[in-house]
Design a protein around this ligand. Structure first.
Ligand SMILES: Nc1ncnc2c1ncn2[C@@H]1O[C@H](COP(=O)(O)OP(=O)(O)O)[C@@H](O)[C@H]1O
Ligand SMILES: [Mg+2]
Length: 326
């Protein structure tokens, strides 16, 4: 059985590519004609990423490349108007690409709006993570978006310097009081906690405006991005809880009692941001219901076997803690 490198679902026999479902492929690349294999090898990428990413707005921590599709349907590095971002596994974290792809899809299963993403191959077969840019839907007009560290008017190296509670309050202010957006943010924090993604800092959440919005307010979060099972690397067995403190005034009595976050803490966070407990409880119930699907998907993923086991264990353990106090 082969699983799709985009959807992680079974690939039917009659598909164009052995390891991609036609529908998933078309939705990510627009056409079945696109070649899912890069002409670049992994070592050549190292050279190219220096050349093509200078001054790029997508700079983050990891090396990446901006890609476009040529007239002959080849994915190729470009300096302007890239429609895709390519993130290969860093040398010190093998299989990070497969890990990120799987972690992103766990969010999708839980109803989190997620950047379109998948895995493609370098010429020498190594897989790389690819995501379609959500700030350029038609490749002409750029959608305005802003990360939370900018929203706080702080320099980017202060991306760990606020709590999620403060970030939630900022989202409330930046959207003119849209509680649905604040709730979506809390769900994303809960998802990060669930999969052991301990790097969801202020630069890994952004807000965007709809194209016709000329006001200073933002409409919604961008689709979710930059998510990892941080504990599922052999050189990283100790996974932290969360990148930021959950609450402004230190840990709750329940945290002090258990020594880790529980559902109670997320209900408390919601309360501080004016959101009732109910949608927090429903989100936990939703995870409980979808646990078999999440575990199945992890096992169909392209991570290595040990990574799959770690990732499954993290989810089961974190779900146990999320179910306390909700
Ligand atoms: N699909 C996407 N479309 C548009 N912008 C994106 C997308 N994914 C990430 N970005 C932007 O690029 C930046 C770097 O990407 P990210 O995945 O966070 O990489 P890193 O692991 O290096 O931090 C993000 O902070 C975000 O602003
Ligand atoms: Mg990032």
């Amino acid at each position: 059985m082969t699983y799709c490198k985009i959807s992680l679902k079974t690939v039917p026999k009659a598909s164009k590519y052995r390891d991609y479902q036609d529908a998933a492929f078309k939705s990510l690349f627009g056409s079945l004609k696109v070649n899912p294999v890069l002409e670049l090898s992994r070592p050549a990428f190292k050279q190219a990423s220096v050349r093509y990413t200078t001054g790029l707005s997508i700079s983050g921590v990891q090396q990446k490349l901006s890609l476009g599709i040529t007239k002959s349907h080849q994915l190729e590095p470009v300096t302007t108007n890239g429609q895709y971002i390519l993130k290969p596994s860093p040398e010190e974290f093998p299989n990070a690409a497969e890990n990120e792809h799987t972690a992103m899809l766990t969010g999708h299963i839980l109803g989190i709006r997620t950047a379109d993403c998948g895995l493609i191959s370098f010429a020498d077969d190594e897989l790389a993570y690819i995501t379609r840019r959500f700030d350029r839907p038609d490749n002409v007009k750029k959608i305005h978006q802003e990360g939370l560290v900018q929203g706080f008017d702080m320099p980017s190296d202060r991306k760990y310097d606020k709590s999620y509670e403060a970030a939630g309050a900022l989202i409330n202010a930046m959207t003119g009081g849209k509680q649905t957006v604040v709730l979506e943010y809390i769900h994303r924090i809960m998802h990060a906690y669930l999969v052991g993604n301990d790097d969801m800092h202020l630069k890994n959440t952004s807000l965007q405006k709809f194209p016709n919005n000329t006001t200073a307010l933002y409409d919604q979060l961008t689709p979710n991005y930059d998510c990892l099972f941080a504990g599922a690397f052999e050189n990283q067995n100790e996974v932290g809880f969360l990148a930021l403190d959950l609450l402004d005034n230190g840990f709750s009595a329940q945290y002090e009692h258990h020594g880790y976050y529980t559902g109670h803490d997320f209900v408390e966070l919601a309360g501080k941001l004016g959101i009732p407990a109910k949608p927090i409880q429903s989100f936990v119930k939703n995870i409980e219901r979808k646990l078999p699907q999440l575990i199945d998907m992890i096992h169909h993923s392209y991570m290595r076997d040990e990574q799959k086991v770690h990732a499954g264990e993290i989810i089961v353990d974190r779900l146990r803690t999320l179910s306390i106090g909700v």
